[in-house]
Design a protein around this ligand. Structure first.
Ligand code: URA
Length: 238
């Protein structure tokens, strides 16, 4: 593995920051200063020191979890089962969930130890699309659907950013729709629907960025992302 990639994977800076650091002589391998960012090392055997501190290589892991209801999105909880309890493989890998789904929300949750990817997916500046399947009740006419699309006041400083709404069905005052938002505010979908006079009765996340919930993954199950899914998630961000 290249030395600059090793340092990036370990979240020590962007590729250009770690390259600068290497060129300045702040990195050593097996006790000798290395000034070439493309120096090839054995990440599992060589001993790397960055700004005087030893850096141990940790592989990056990416899992898709189909979160069921009644499980909290946290790494630890004294009362409730957490999403991490559903991943017996998680021990010792420093995994964490990317973003939060409410206890009663189901669907796609990315679990990783890649802090840089998580940061980028959650950054408000990146406007990563999240699509939810929503079941709700109320009197939500086409004006209100347009309000959801244009942005609504949910009691925060700013109205919500424009969203995409796809009405799937309506029967009297019961609706199913897909709602795509680019932010991640607290209880955002429920508060948006509430702001137009409705109430969410069921919520499921279908996708985040280029990553879609695998329809073959049962509730409560997880699987590693494929190399292609990881590459597409990253390529669409940087
Ligand atoms: N919006 C919500 O209201 N809840 C979630 O869990 C996710 C988005």
């Amino acid at each position: 593995m290249r030395l600059d990639k090793f340092l990036c994977d370990m979240q020590l800076g962007t590729r250009s920051q770690v390259k600068d650091c290497i060129k300045k002589g702040n990195v050593s391998v097996n006790g000798s200063t290395v000034k070439s960012p493309d120096y090839k090392l054995d990440e599992n055997a060589d001993s790397v020191s960055y700004m005087g501190k030893n850096v141990t290589y940790q592989s990056l892991y990416y899992y898709m979890l189909h979160k069921p209801m009644n499980v909290v999105t946290a790494t630890k909880d004294s009362h409730d089962k957490t999403v991490m309890d559903l991943l017996p493989d998680a021990n010792g890998k420093n995994l964490f969930p990317v973003g939060r789904l409410d206890k009663d929300t189901e669907g796609l949750l990315l679990i990783t130890n890649d802090g840089e990817l998580a940061h980028n997916l959650l950054s408000p500046k990146k406007h990563v699309k999240k699509t939810y399947y929503v079941e709700c009740s109320g009197e939500i006419d086409s004006d209100k659907l347009h309000m959801l699309e244009n942005g609504v006041d949910i009691g925060d400083e700013e109205p919500t950013c424009p969203a995409e709404v796809r009405l799937i069905s309506q029967l009297d005052c019961s609706y199913t729709m897909e709602l795509t938002i680019t932010e991640g505010r607290f209880h955002q979908v429920k508060r948006m629907v509430q702001a137009v006079g409705g109430a969410v009765s069921y919520l499921k996340r279908l996708s985040m960025g280029s990553l879609s919930l695998d329809s073959n993954l049962p509730k409560g199950a997880y699987r590693p992302l494929t190399a292609d899914e990881i590459a597409r998630l990253k390529n669409n961000l940087y």
